[in-house]
Ligand binder design. Structure first.
Ligand SMILES: *Cc1c(COP(=O)(O)O)cnc(C)c1O
Length: 357
């Protein structure tokens, strides 16, 4: 098979062994003569997978016993709605830090249930920074933030740590660094950015929020429904949960968050250093808010775009096209992307400068 350096923003690269093992499970799951996708989700074999996946999340993130973990469906986009439904208390008011397109969508969903208040926004500069001075009134039932802005390449380095319950869309940087889960009442993340294939969404929440909402919640959108049934209220996305479990196993076996956090910084530093050193490239995100997961940059001379794109293709580099709202390039460097792929990219950038700089 051709070796590709996959910088795709999502769905993203996963460890090769996860592709291997998960594909084997489709043909013959645990030597049972049956496929993972044809057995009952109530069978012991699958219940074990779900329990293992949930406990790996708790283990890797060092989740306190006040919190629990579910693997649901609907993507992070349904998470926007789930967050509002489950966290709206007396005031039916959520505060939103609008740091990108996803954050803005989250804020919009809250307005279906109650009030959605913008506590800070970086839209004035096309979301190239994280606002630091938030306008937080004490009538907020919760504060919603987006830890990593996948499209714009910014990342929150220090989370709000006050009295208001904190909710976070962590889709594109969960498991990339250590976090203090006790600081959050709700975390949710679509699997396909750093954990597994599309199809499942991880929810981590403080159990005290269950049943506390003041808005009537449809059954499927109530976290309590799923908590009461151990993440098996209805048929779970069995393949996505299994492949996520394998990725989490891989992460744990490779040293967990301590190791991956260092590896991710190393990859990010390598690329940012080249962007800053090169006469041709320019980073688009504010320095102190730069994401370690999604690195956004442009070529100052647009006439070189085509040439650079050809060089990338020749080096088997995939997925570097920037999002249309930012333009330029975006290198997404999720956990499974090896350092070697970043080295190949940096070499191509250096070669471009030698030829055209
Ligand atoms: C990709 C992404 C989403 C959307 O996820 P879906 O699972 O496709 O709904 C939401 N938030 C962030 C931060 C993302 O990166």
């Amino acid at each position: 098979m051709k070796k590709i350096h996959n910088f795709s923003a999502g769905p993203c690269i996963l460890p090769q062994e996860v592709f291997q093992k998960s594909s084997e499970s489709i043909i013959d799951f645990k030597n049972s003569g049956l496929s993972l996708i044809e057995i009952s989700h109530r069978s012991k074999d699958f219940v074990d997978v779900m329990e293992k996946a949930r406990s790996l999340v708790k283990d890797i993130l060092n989740i306190p016993s006040t919190h629990d973990v579910l693997f649901l469906q609907g993507g992070a986009s349904l998470g926007f709605l789930m967050a509002a439904y489950n966290l709206m208390a007396e005031n039916k008011t959520g505060g939103y830090l609008v740091t990108g397109a996803w954050a803005k969508k989250a804020a919009k969903e809250a307005s279906f249930m109650g009030n959605s208040v913008i506590v800070g926004s970086s839209e004035d500069k096309n979301f190239n920074y994280i606002p630091k001075n938030l306008n937080i009134e004490n009538n907020l039932d919760y504060l919603h933030v987006t830890s990593n802005n996948t499209i714009f390449g910014t990342q929150i380095k220090e989370f709000y740590n006050g009295n208001i319950p904190l909710a976070c869309d962590m889709s594109s940087d969960i498991f990339s660094r250590k976090i203090d889960v006790s600081n959050f009442d709700l975390i949710y993340a679509g699997a396909q950015k750093n954990m597994g294939p599309a199809g499942t969404t991880l929810y981590i929440f403080n159990k005290k929020i269950l049943g506390n909402s003041s808005v009537p919640i449809p059954t499927m959108l109530d976290l309590k429904t799923h908590f009461d049934k151990d993440s098996m209220f209805n048929t779970p996305p069995v393949f996505a949960v299994y492949a996520s479990m394998l990725t989490l196993e891989w992460l744990k076996n490779n040293g967990g968050l301590n190791v991956i956090e260092k590896q991710n910084s190393k990859k990010a530093n390598l690329l940012y250093n080249e962007i800053d050193r090169s006469s041709l490239f320019k980073g688009t995100a504010n320095l102190e808010d730069r994401s370690t997961m999604n690195v956004t940059f442009t070529l100052e001379n647009k006439d070189l775009n085509e040439h650079f794109n050809n060089m990338l293709a020749n080096a088997n580099i995939n997925g570097l096209k920037g999002h249309r709202s930012v333009g330029g390039f975006r290198a997404s460097m999720y956990n499974a992307l090896p350092l070697e792929s970043v080295e190949v990219l940096v070499d191509v950038m250096k070669n471009l400068e030698t030829k055209k700089g």
